[in-house]
Design a protein around this ligand. Structure first.
Ligand code: KG4
Ligand code: ZN
Length: 383
């Protein structure tokens, strides 16, 4: 009989539940997004997030069971995100998970959300019939994090999906997370929230359309590479964001189109195809160059870390891992360096509970269960 774990995730603005068998087969995965609630504020409002988790948690768990064709009696353990994240949001999933596990008389396993993101890559690789070789360099890149880890197997004797990991932190962002920079630039340019997907789509369309920018736009809008003193594995994205801000402020002609896009969004227009016609060629150049600078930096620092540590595998996870240019550039550059790059699908890149259930499985095998006084850890670290 496979071991079936119910995973629960509520660390930020997604209420999610999933059932995963033996840490690798996803029997169901349900995600209730709160995007529509937070959109008008241009970011996640913690109070609204916890209230929404409270409304969603019971139906989402019920739906996960329904989709898997299972009942509570079929569940062997409950895995729940302990942190990092918003404390009020974490508490909803954690409290519900505790009560469920106790009622069912089943083990409760606390999971680090970041470790979940690493397992998301393994879940995806399993679907493709592949197993990422370790040691690896892992880039976790989302709205809340931009982190680089060296990942080793904690136990070579168990199967890949069940394998626990040992993490060594190499570096992380000193200011904004990459996804946060996308969201802030999108807000500044009136492109809606979240910023990542819309900037990604517009930049892709620009590249495909072969729009030729004027020499002036191309040069003026080029962002210089991010300079970091000290640890070369650290990141910094606030400089690029501020450069965009200053550029827009210094050129008053942007104001009119920004107003036009704001109006369009008030009327419900949100898609790239709808907002792109309201962008001047200069704005399109700005968007493309911003994305190119962020992607270049993420790829270069990650591959440099792989080279330095002699790792032949790179794992990329978190919301920004869904970015098409990031995937393309990683694949191009990694192939030249003979490094294998693994990404989760878009659905497994962003927050979900399947990755939490998968991570919980390795802890269950290791006998690593929740203590009675286990609590939410908003600043939980991986290493
Ligand atoms: O992992 P996630 O769902 O939540 C956090 O833990 O933050 O990531 C959300 C972040 C947002 O900042 C969003 O703008 C970004 O991921 N994102 C993207 C893309 N899709 C989502 N960034 C760049 N390109 C994308 N396609
Ligand atoms: Zn996340």
């Amino acid at each position: 009989m496979p071991t079936r774990i119910l995973g629960i995730e509520s660390s930020c603005d997604e209420t999610a539940a999933a059932i995963v068998a033996d840490g690798r087969d996803i029997l169901s995965s349900v995600v209730a997004s709160q995007l529509d609630i937070h959109r008008k504020y241009g970011g996640v409002v913690p109070e609204l997030a916890s209230r929404e988790h409270l409304r969603q948690i019971v139906p989402v768990v019920r739906e996960a069971l329904l989709q898997a064709g299972l009942t509570f009696a079929d569940i062997d353990a409950v895995g729940v995100t302990q942190g990092p994240g918003l404390v009020g949001s974490l508490l909803v999933g954690l409290t519900y998970g505790k009560v469920l596990a106790e009622e069912m008389g089943k083990p409760l396993i606390p999971v680090n959300h970041l470790e979940g993101h690493v397992h998301a890559v393994f879940l995806e690789a399993h679907i493709a019939g592949r197993v990422p070789a370790l040691p690896a360099i892992c880039l976790i890149v989302s709205g809340g994090h931009t982190l680089l880890y060296h990942v080793q197997s904690a136990n070579e004797n168990v199967g890949a999906a069940a394998r626990g990991f040992r993490f060594r932190r190499l570096g992380g962002t000193r200011d904004d997370a990459a996804g946060e920079a996308y969201d802030k630039v999108a807000r500044l340019l009136a492109l809606g929230y979240p910023g990542g997907p819309i900037i990604d789509q517009i930049a892709t369309k620009v590249a495909a359309s072969g729009v030729a920018f004027s020499a002036r736009d191309k040069d003026e809008l080029k962002f210089s590479p991010v300079k970091i003193r000290g640890n070369a594995h650290d990141f910094s994205f606030s400089g690029i964001k501020t450069a965009v801000l200053y550029y827009v402020r210094a050129h008053p002609e942007f104001a009119e189109e920004i107003e036009a896009r704001k109006k369009a969004m008030q009327q419900g227009l949100r898609k790239a195809a709808e907002l792109m016609p309201l962008c001047s060629p200069r704005t399109l150049a700005l968007i493309s160059n911003f994305q190119a600078a962020v992607v270049h930096d993420l790829v270069a620092r990650t591959l440099a870390a792989a080279e330095e540590t002699g790792s032949r595998t790179v794992l990329v996870s978190g919301g920004v891992a869904a970015n098409s240019e990031l995937r393309k550039r990683f694949e191009e550059k990694a192939a030249r360096l003979d490094v294998d790059v693994f990404f989760p699908s878009r659905a497994l890149s962003t927050d979900n509970a399947a990755m939490i259930a998968a991570a919980a499985y390795s802890h269950l095998l290791a006998g690593d269960l929740a203590s009675p006084d286990m609590n939410a850890e908003p600043n939980l670290r991986l290493a």
